[in-house]
Design a protein around this ligand. Structure first.
Ligand SMILES: C[S@@+](CC[C@H](N)C(=O)[O-])C[C@H]1O[C@@H](n2cnc3c(N)ncnc32)[C@H](O)[C@@H]1O
Length: 254
């Protein structure tokens, strides 16, 4: 059963062409045939999510927005904190993945959780502001990722927290204390992932450091199922929205 579900997912990841005239229909073309087996396979591919959610403090009566939340699997990592929240949103553009999220929310009886079909670059919670905004492996799939980060910054309360985990590659000349990936790593992974419209970037992490006060930044390597010997780089970033405009680390550097 596991191997045959994997085959189906692998077919969608490697062989099936992605079609669609806009971003939302391309996402649906990619995910519709694999939504049912999504969580099992991605648990082995998308590392660092549990660690991200274990590092986040969910405030009582807070609002949490999970951008590109897909099947809502991240809700499980935060399950103990959900009852104390005022509201949690799973925001995504894929109808098939959101269906899985809605089923999960119903089964868990979470009346304060909503799965919303919307774009991460424009979605705003009905409450006006959020305490926590997260992106797990979604920034690399959002073409206007800078707009998604700016939207998160705008909706967060001063002192609110952003949490990101995703694939990336380093810059050729990264800043002090940051990892430098080999030419092969910097060249191979962007080409390999582009097949699935996933774009590991050298700019996401610097952009996050520029706009938020960093609380944690961890760079790691993950095994990829069925691909021996090589590892793909991913990072976890947790940052705080500055309490006063212009206080993020990068903006003080100039
Ligand atoms: C690799 S999946 C990760 C899903 C989930 N966060 C997880 O950790 O399992 C990326 C998700 O981002 C969603 N996505 C891509 N572009 C988006 C956008 N502009 N707005 C909202 N969601 C988007 C995709 O539909 C997909 O569910």
């Amino acid at each position: 059963m596991g191997f045959f579900s994997d085959l189906k997912v692998l077919f969608h990841l490697t062989m099936k062409p992605i079609r669609g005239k806009d971003h939302a229909s391309r996402l649906e073309s990619f995910y519709a045939g694999q939504a049912e087996h999504y969580d099992d396979f991605r648990k082995r591919l998308l590392k660092g999510r549990q660690e991200l959610w274990e590092s986040l403090d969910f405030p009582a009566d807070g609002v949490w927005v999970d951008m590109g939340g897909g099947t809502g699997s991240n809700l499980e990592y935060a399950a103990e904190s959900i009852p104390q929240l005022k509201k949690a949103y799973v925001v995504d553009l894929s109808t098939s993945l959101l269906e899985c999220a809605r089923q999960r929310i119903d089964e868990r009886g979470w009346t304060n959780v909503e799965a919303v079909e919307a774009d991460a670059t424009t979605f705003r919670p009905a409450e006006g502001q959020a305490d926590i905004v997260t992106f797990s492996y979604s920034l690399t799939m959002i073409p206007d990722w800078f707009a998604a980060i700016e939207n998160a910054l705008a909706m967060l309360k001063p002192g609110g927290v952003i949490g990101v985990v995703d694939f990336y590659v380093s810059r050729k000349y990264p800043g002090d204390g940051l990892q430098r990936h080999s030419w092969f790593t910097r060249s191979f992974w962007p080409v390999w992932f582009a097949n699935d419209n996933v774009f590991p970037s050298r700019d996401h992490a610097p952009f996050l450091h520029r706009h938020f006060e960093p609380i944690a930044f961890v760079e790691q390597l993950a095994k990829v199922p069925y691909i021996p010997f090589i590892r793909t780089p991913y990072y976890r970033f947790i940052g705080r929205k500055p309490r006063q405009a212009g206080q993020a680390l990068g903006e003080n550097d100039e």
